[in-house]
Design a protein around this ligand. Structure first.
Ligand SMILES: NC(=O)c1ccc[n+]([C@@H]2O[C@H](COP(=O)([O-])OP(=O)(O)OC[C@H]3O[C@@H](n4cnc5c(N)ncnc54)[C@H](OP(=O)(O)O)[C@@H]3O)[C@@H](O)[C@H]2O)c1
Length: 289
């Protein structure tokens, strides 16, 4: 798809962590982008959604909206399912009616996390948190529609500009404390939002459809990510590894949820840069630490 001049509606594009990077990346292709927040259009209000889309008449719909409060979702199952499982179908139905492509994001939390090797797009899902189950149901609902212009992109451990995230939180805590304890028994793939956004553009330019995994290359633990971020700065803070049991959370996280990026490389001929390189750009150029 040539994005130049295309009308692109991005749900979540105005205020979301990923959405804001998508807005930037899509705008730089020459597309006419309409970024939205929940105030502009509530995805839980189908009439509002239809009116908005009729007014904007898009050539492409991107859904970067989700119920992302992983622990709160354990108590707010209905709200999580409404946004993560039901709303994507509504957007896909609008895309089908218009015959235009639809991009939707999902998560590494759809996996059980008991693997020893990176999860491929062909691996079975097995989510156990409400958030993960609701996102997996969102994927299934889209696949059940059988619409060939649907692109589902699973990402993981997102960080980047525009909204508070793990890396920014760690650095501000490190500035206040002498030591920090960070979980070292969950392994995943950090994803820099601007890289996910530019790589999404690459998938669109290659007319990719179906399920893809997108993250930065390499993997680490939360401790690995936190200590690498602090090491890029002059902050004097001792980062210590601890087991998940030191920080009990309402929702259990996958122990291992590294994403295999092979299908992205097959489609585009490119390999996403390593997370350490992306982290350095974020910490030094964006956060200016
Ligand atoms: N963050 C991660 O670490 C991570 C990891 C893996 C996958 N993902 C996936 O990546 C995608 C983007 O996540 P994110 O972290 O960028 O999300 P986010 O920062 O939490 O942003 C969510 C966006 O959804 C909008 N929104 C919430 N409720 C809405 C509603 N009822 N109607 C319309 N818009 C609504 C929000 O708008 P307001 O600001 O107006 O509320 C915001 O723009 C999601 O599919 C998520 O599951 C994220």
């Amino acid at each position: 798809m040539d994005l130049q001049g295309k009308r692109v509606v991005i749900f979540g594009g105005k205020t979301g962590l990923l959405g804001q990077s998508l807005t930037k990346a899509l705008t730089s292709t020459g597309a006419k982008v309409y970024p939205l927040s929940s105030k502009d259009c509530d995805l839980l209000e189908p009439v509002e959604v239809e009116k908005l889309l009729n007014r904007r008449d898009p050539d492409l719909i991107i859904n970067a909206v989700a119920y992302t409060a992983v622990d709160l979702a354990e108590d707010e199952e209905e709200a999580a399912f409404a946004l993560n499982a039901t709303a994507p179908q509504l957007l896909a139905a609008e895309a089908i009616r218009r015959g235009i492509p639809f991009v939707h994001y999902s998560t590494d939390f759809v996996f059980k996390g008991d693997s020893e090797t990176p999860y491929t797009v062909y691996d079975e899902t097995g989510a156990f948190s409400v958030y993960g189950i609701s996102k997996a149901e969102g994927e299934r609902n889209l696949l059940a529609l059988g619409y060939e212009k649907t692109l589902i992109i699973r990402i993981s451990w997102l960080f980047g500009p525009g909204k508070i995230n793990f890396v920014e939180k760690i650095l501000s805590l490190a500035e206040e404390r002498d030591t920090l304890s960070v979980v070292d028994d969950q392994t995943g793939s950090p994803s820099y939002a601007p890289d996910v956004a530019t790589n999404t553009v690459k998938l669109l330019e290659h007319d990719a459809t179906g399920i893809y995994h997108l993250a930065n290359s390499g993997d680490t633990t939360w401790y690995g990510l936190a200590s690498a971020a602090v090491a890029l700065t002059n902050i004097d803070c001792d980062v210590q590894p601890v087991p998940s049991s030191a920080y009990p959370t309402k929702a259990t996280r996958p122990r291992y949820s590294v994403l295999d990026l092979g299908r992205f490389t097959q489609a585009t001929g490119e390999t996403p840069r390593h997370w350490k390189e992306a982290l350095e750009e974020y910490v030094k150029k964006e956060l200016k630490k």
